[in-house]
Structure formats: C-alpha cells, structure tokens
Design a binder for this molecule. Sequence first.
Ligand SMILES: C[S@@+](CC[C@H](N)C(=O)[O-])C[C@H]1O[C@@H](n2cnc3c(N)ncnc32)[C@H](O)[C@@H]1O
Length: 294
Amino acid sequence: MPEPVERQERPWCTRLCAVVLQRREHRPQPLSASADSAVEDAEVGLTNRQIAGRLFVSEHTIHRHITSVLRKLDLATRTGRCCACRARESARLVDSMIPLVPGLEERLDEGIDAADVGAGAGHAINVLARAFTRSCFVGYDFSDEGLRLGAAEAQAWGLQNVRFEVRDEANLGEQDAFDFITAFDAIHDQAKPQSVLKGIHDALRPGGVFLMMDEGASSRLEENIDSPLTPLLYTFSTFHCMTVSLAYGGEGLGTCWGRQKALELLAEAGFTDVDVQTIEGDIEHYYYIARKRA
Ligand SMILES: C[S@@+](CC[C@H](N)C(=O)[O-])C[C@H]1O[C@@H](n2cnc3c(N)ncnc32)[C@H](O)[C@@H]1O
C-alpha cells in the first residue's frame, strides 16, 4: 500500500477503496493526494460538503480541487466525471474481459445467444448488446427493480437485441439455449450456488462458455492475509454477501469463497474444463472461463 494513503486520517475501508480505484485508473496527469481523494469521493457520489467533512478541509478547497481536476480531464461537470468513469468500466468489459476467451469476440460479432445471470441493473449486458449488435442477450435477476433500470437503459440506448427477465436462477430451467453466459460478482452471494451453476451448465449449448467474474481470493483465510483487499472483502462479505445468502436460508459462501471452492462447485456442476485468469490492473477479481463439453 503506498505510504501517503497509509498516513491519511481516513477510515481503512475508504483508504482501500482509494488504492483500488487508483490502480484501476489511468489519469492523463498526476493529481495531488488531496485532489485525488476528493475526486474519488466525488466519483462515488459524495457532495462537496461531505467530502470536505471527510478530508477536514473547507468546502471551497474541495470545489477548487474538483473544478481543477475536471478541467485537467477535459470534462465539464461532475456528471461528466461519473460518465467517464462508467465508460472506462464499459471499455474494460469489451476490451479486456471478452478477449480472455479465445475466439469469443468473433463469435459475438457473427451473432450468438448470450445470457447474464444476476444481471442486477443490467448495465453490463447492455454494454455487450451495444458492442455486439448481431448477438441476442438476456439478463436474468430476481430483482424486478434492478431489471427495470436495465430495460430503461436499453431503451435509452435504442437496443433491439437485449431483454430482461425476472427469474430465480436457482431454477433457471433452460436447456442448451445459450452459447455464452456471464455472471459478474453474482455467484458467491447466491442462496443456492450449486443449483445456479448446474442451471448455467444445462443452459449452455455443447461447447458453450461460462465467464464468471468473482472475487480474487483464496478459500483459505491464511492465504488471504497478505492481500490489501482482504479486510474490504471480508467486510463486504459479513455485511452483505454472506448475510444475504444466509437470509434466504442459503449456503452463505460469501465474498471469500475463493478459487478452490469456486473450482470445486464448477466441477460439481459439470464444468470439467475451467481456466482461471486475471486482468492486469484488476486486483479484485478472478475470471473463470468454464466450457461445457462439446
Ligand atoms: C452482487 S449483485 C451483482 C449485480 C451485477 N451482476 C453487477 O455486477 O452489478 C448480485 C445479483 O444477483 C441477484 N441474485 C441473487 N440471487 C439470485 C437468484 N436466486 N435469482 C436471481 N437473481 C439473484 C441479486 O438480485 C443481485 O442483483
């Protein structure tokens, strides 16, 4: 962890988030430490007053920092900054994640059937649908509130090749229906992860690919100790991921179910060919590329 961040009087969780964001970001010009902190807080939606309180400086100083950063980045407004941030994430999905699977980009270009499980607010699947207009996409989730946002975004973008469907993924109920299925941070907090993974395996056509992005942790606590992300991951886990699964009477795998457990459950679901990859600059995730036997 870099020295200046370590010394700042900010909560540990915020410091860790800052480190992660710093590593993921490619800024055209270096920013001062306080401007850097201010802009990261702005990125997650804090007001100038909230940021000022957090950094123990005046609101005026924060206003100055944000204005100067926006000017350096050639963005007119704070909203522009958020959009740029989102655009960067979208680009990462298309430019870094899809190429992890050899030949997938070409197949998506030609036109295949794809699904996203645990689609949430549907942004990822919309980004893919916008990038690969000959392919057909469906986003599943049991939250109709989230999917409504996805549908609204798809409509605003004029997408004709994506739809959203409320479905309990523990009973996906599809057979040989898709060539490609994704799950972004959406398996470890499932109540019945085994049923979900088995359903995904069944839903793929022979030779189909499941791309599962999940937390880059080991299943063994002692192997996670040295990672700067560990306190953050276990905190997310106890406050949300594990708890939400247990609340449904589920397995409670949690954020740090880890690589070993993930591989075990993928094998139980029928995936015998699984490749685990990472993306440079993303210390948070493992990318599991699981193929259904052809
Ligand atoms: C951590 S969120 C990830 C959302 C999205 N993939 C993303 O990256 O923003 C996990 C999602 O899985 C959904 N989910 C959990 N259990 C589910 C189930 N049994 N059936 C359908 N969706 C489920 C939740 O509603 C939530 O939207």
